[in-house]
Design a protein. Structure first.
Lengths: 144, 314
């Protein structure tokens, strides 16, 4: 059974939808700005769902008033890493929250090979299962 | 009527420019400007022209006649205290009302905020400032400090490079206003021709006349809930005339400093005076004696306590 055709990585918001257009991204950033959240751009080429800490592309952008600046940074990142996963996160500094409140992918590799199931036989006849991205067989930077 | 497509718009459709003008509240904005900024004819003329251009542009767009967004980067030159910063503050709001910028906030920076201290520090610093200013106005005060020709390894040039690029490519995201004294700005543009050609509007701020300075003084006092008595007003008119002849005269800034000192003297007069039961009018009024106590009258010299409105550090 294949529920996720094309092996698209689905993490963060909107990941089951078609890729966001720039206008849609701008609208999302505007929403984050209206809430006073600081946006930042991150990238990675390791698509494992538990890979939470992606590389930062520049510093988080505080005190911005307009989405254009963040969109510019997204486009810079796309230019530098055209075949990486790029996501935008919004950080809320409200006391008691102090964590990421939005996270969505804005760029993905052209071809996503997907994940394979890895079986490991351990004590007795116990089976352990894990997933493994075909992309990560190659070293970092050459995956896509 | 919604002709968005130039191909389908017939030539004989008419747009009521007057109605558009009324709908945009521009007149109210211009009136407010006239009320709150004294003098500054060239500035007001330019703002009016810009308003007209943006309005006509909007109407043209309705007719399907598109043209690129006009470049609104500006350069304010003028002597100290002629209102460059004050006008820049207003500019953000004005451009927002005219629908040219989205947010209309003002980010004021000087060389320190743009230029880094070591290699690779300048670009991120400049870009961060630019990102903050997007959707509004980036005001670079004393812009000529960005370029230091005597030091070849100065990072200012890198900052200028990035600014130029953004001024060209992100024209509809932000408006850059450069400000500084006339002669030094001229020198700056002379050594950065790229900058000169990208700044479309060069506005020179004229010096104020004595009567304009007096109106400015009254406006400043009114905003602080003070006023001049009739004799005080006459005395201040005299003060301005005398002060203008002295060195380091910085137009409205000198006026502000003089008023601050007058407030000091007024407070002292009230404190030492026999009348301990003060009315609201007493507290609000600056009398002639508060003004006439200035050294400008007695000795024809500057007051000592920091009357250096003009920047003479150069």
């Amino acid at each position: 059974m294949m529920t996720n055709q094309g092996n698209r990585v689905t993490q963060g918001q909107f990941s089951f939808l078609p890729d966001l257009t720039d206008a849609q991204i701008t609208a999302q950033i505007k929403y984050a700005l209206s809430k006073g959240w600081a946006s930042s751009v991150e990238y990675t080429d390791d698509p494992h769902p538990r890979n939470t800490y992606w590389e930062m592309f520049g510093n988080p952008m505080f005190d911005l008033k307009d989405p254009a600046g963040i969109l510019m940074e997204i486009n810079n990142c796309r230019k530098t890493f055209p075949n990486h996963y790029i996501r935008v996160i919004a950080f809320s500094a409200v006391r008691g929250v102090e964590s990421v409140t939005m996270s969505y992918i804005v760029n993905r590799p052209k071809k996503e090979p997907g994940f394979g199931l890895v079986r490991q036989e351990t004590d007795g006849r116990t089976m352990r299962y894990t997933i493994h991205s075909y992309a990560t067989d190659k070293p970092e930077g050459e995956r896509y | 009527m919604s002709p968005n497509d130039s191909k389908t718009t017939p030539d004989d459709i008419h747009v009521d420019l007057d109605a558009e003008f009324k709908a945009s509240n521009i007149q109210e904005l211009l009136d407010q400007l006239d009320r709150e900024l004294i003098g500054l004819k060239p500035v007001k003329t330019r703002i009016r022209e810009t308003a007209a251009l943006l309005l006509v542009d909007r109407v043209r767009q309705k007719m399907g006649l598109t043209a690129g967004a006009p470049s609104l980067h500006m350069c304010f030159t003028g002597n100290p205290g002629t209102g460059k910063t004050t006008v820049a503050m207003r500019m953000g709001e004005i451009l927002k009302r005219l629908g040219y910028v989205r947010e209309g906030h003002l980010v004021t920076v000087t060389r320190d905020d743009l230029v880094g201290q070591y290699i690779g520090h300048t670009a991120p610093k400049t870009k961060e400032v630019i990102k903050k200013a997007m959707g509004g106005v980036l005001f670079i005060d004393e812009a000529y400090y960005l370029y230091k020709p005597e030091n070849e390894r100065d990072y200012g040039a890198e900052s200028i490079e990035i600014l130029l690029q953004v001024m060209e490519n992100n024209r509809d995201d932000l408006v850059v206003i450069l400000a500084g004294y006339k002669d030094r700005m001229d020198k700056f543009f002379h050594s950065n021709p790229g900058m000169r050609s990208r700044v479309a509007h060069h506005i020179d701020f004229p010096d104020y006349s004595p009567s304009e300075l007096l109106s400015i003084a009254k406006l400043m006092l009114a905003s602080q809930n003070y006023r001049l008595s009739p004799e005080g007003e006459k005395a201040f008119g005299e003060y301005i005339k005398l002060r203008m002849k002295l060195e380091h005269f910085a137009n409205a800034r000198s006026v502000r400093n003089a008023l601050d000192r007058a407030r000091l003297r007024q407070a002292n007069r009230l404190f030492l005076g026999a009348k301990k039961n003060l009315s609201k009018t007493d507290l609000m009024t600056l009398e002639a004696e508060d003004i006439l106590a200035s050294r400008v009258f007695k000795e024809g010299a500057l007051d000592l306590d920091g009357d250096e409105g003009a920047d003479h550090s150069a």
